[in-house]
Design a protein. Structure first.
Length: 206
């Protein structure tokens, strides 16, 4: 659910050289617009008592059969939903995000997306799967389905951009944040252009 504005990176680079305060102003306006989504997403993460008791305990690591399954802790998961600035990795379309909110904790990401690909849980092959998550190694063939059903909350959003916390918050925002971000960029860009034009005119007159 990105909003694409061309030239932001170049604008920021130019502002740092001419008027760094304008760059700070733009960054603060964008952050102010986006933080409510972060805060809303954090509020959708369940308490420890709402999760399966086994998920709030730390599993050991057995490198022959599975990688350790991350323990769920609400406070850690909430802190893991963060607002960040700076370019992240390119997506499949070749774009990088400059201002974004991410779900960075392992357990938070599992809660966010579990069941997106397989609504009935991890396909069961009748044997332990090397490298699979802990609940996939259960003797219960319905473990994956039961785990997903225990999470509560529907996957909200569109196609791959669906989730129970961050994506839900984005979807419920209904795009209201986008014009706020664009307006902040455009307002600062206009002021920057006006100032640089005045500087150029002053230098020419001198």
């Amino acid at each position: 659910m990105p909003v694409v504005v061309s030239g932001v990176k170049q604008l920021q680079k130019a502002m740092k050289n001419v008027d760094p305060e304008l760059n700070k102003e733009m960054r603060m306006e964008i952050k102010t617009a986006m933080l409510p989504i972060r805060n809303t997403a954090r509020g959708y993460l369940p308490s420890n008592g709402q999760m399966l008791s086994g998920w709030t305990k730390q599993y050991g690591s057995d490198i022959l059969n599975y990688r350790p399954f991350p323990k769920y802790d609400q406070s850690v998961a909430q802190k893991g939903i963060v607002y960040r600035e700076g370019q992240n990795k390119k997506n499949n379309s070749g774009f990088r995000a400059i201002f974004y909110i991410a779900n960075t904790s392992a357990a938070g990401a599992i809660y966010e997306t579990a069941g997106r690909k397989n609504p009935q849980g991890q396909p069961w092959g009748g044997k332990k799967l090397r490298g699979s998550h802990a609940f996939s190694n259960s003797n219960n063939p319905n473990a994956g389905k039961q785990f997903i059903n225990s999470l509560g909350g529907d996957l909200v959003g569109i196609e791959k951009q669906r989730g129970r916390a961050l994506y839900r918050a984005w979807a419920e925002d209904q795009g209201r944040v986008y014009p706020l971000v664009v307006k902040a960029i455009e307002r600062v860009a206009t002021r920057f252009n006006r100032e640089t034009e005045l500087i150029a005119a002053f230098k020419k007159a001198a």
